[in-house]
Design a protein around this ligand. Structure first.
Ligand SMILES: Nc1ncnc2c1ncn2[C@@H]1O[C@H](COP(=O)(O)OP(=O)(O)O)[C@@H](O)[C@H]1O
Ligand SMILES: [Mg+2]
Length: 274
């Protein structure tokens, strides 16, 4: 199997994984009795369609991806692609294939009604026993790390952006126990048959529902319109904006590359929108 160049570029610091990747995919194909097609040209994970299923392999160091299978299993196909099987040792998922699989971004459809129909079905209460990381734990870590990254970057943006984010982390509601997705947006919602639209690629946490705003606000030029849509769903407007700032600022720092200017610009846009 040919590994997509974009994937090889993103994971060049993990050559051991890239080397074994074709073999891992073959082993998965054998154990699940599927016939692999050509990989999708996507940079962050190896995605290989195979008939009516899709094989997805994550890099072992891709910690944000570790709980994707748990979220899909929890949803059990309700609003999201079904998890058919998983192989934790190989960081592999076998997924229901969305057909035609058009991304919501690339379709003619109006995004807001699609997202509004999905969010309430995906935001399950998961009080009690679960394996998901807590937003409160992540926020504690970001609260401790962000000032260090800020200093390391030589004060790379306005102090008020940092302060806004720190305030959100420090006012976290520890009692909130909603399953939320850090990466919901129109590139992770695909056209399907069983349901019109299915969510893929979740990066789940358990905590405040407003965290779900992060991916939507990061990927739009019309922040206030999305805030209006989320308020209709019962979100607190300023908390949704707050997580749009605080979560995306945490994701704007890359261990190897430092502050990613484009992501910081997205945060600035979210903070300044009406
Ligand atoms: N279940 C699926 N059905 C059909 N296509 C899929 C499925 N999962 C992923 N893909 C294809 O692979 C692309 C990248 O998948 P995604 O899970 O978003 O990976 P990444 O982690 O790289 O963003 C999608 O845009 C889509 O084209
Ligand atoms: Mg994706």
């Amino acid at each position: 199997m040919r590994i997509p160049q974009a994937l090889a570029d993103v994971w060049q610091h993990e050559p051991e994984w890239l080397t074994v990747l074709p073999r891992l995919a073959e082993e998965c194909a054998q154990q699940w009795a599927i016939r692999l097609e050509q990989p999708v040209d996507t940079p962050y994970s190896l995605v290989v369609p195979a008939g009516d299923v899709v094989l997805k392999l994550h890099a072992p160091s891709d910690v944000e991806a570790h709980f994707e299978a748990d979220a899909l299993a929890t949803w059990a196909g309700n609003g999201a692609a079904r998890l058919i099987a998983r192989d934790e040792a190989r960081h592999a998922l076998l997924l229901e294939r969305c057909v035609p699989g058009t991304r919501l971004w690339d379709a003619e459809a109006d995004e807001a009604p699609v997202v509004s129909e999905l969010i309430p079905r995906l935001q399950l209460e998961v009080a009690g026993d679960h394996r998901f990381p807590l937003l409160a734990t992540e926020a504690g870590r970001w609260d401790a790390e962000l000032p260090k990254w800020y200093a390391a970057g030589g004060r790379p943006f306005e102090k008020r952006i940092l302060e806004h984010a720190l305030d959100v982390y420090r006012t976290i509601d520890r009692s909130a126990s909603v399953l939320v997705n850090q990466d919901l947006h129109g590139a992770n919602i695909l056209a399907a048959e069983r349901e019109a639209w299915l969510v893929i690629d979740p990066k789940p946490l358990v905590g405040e529902r407003e965290l779900e705003a992060s991916g939507l606000l990061r990927n739009t030029h019309d922040v206030s319109r999305w805030l209006d849509v989320l308020v209709e769903l019962g979100f607190d407007r300023e908390r949704a904006r707050g997580w749009g700032v605080a979560h995306n600022l945490a994701w704007a720092w890359d261990e190897r590359r430092g502050w990613l200017e484009q992501h910081v610009e997205e945060v600035r846009r979210i903070l300044n929108a009406r």
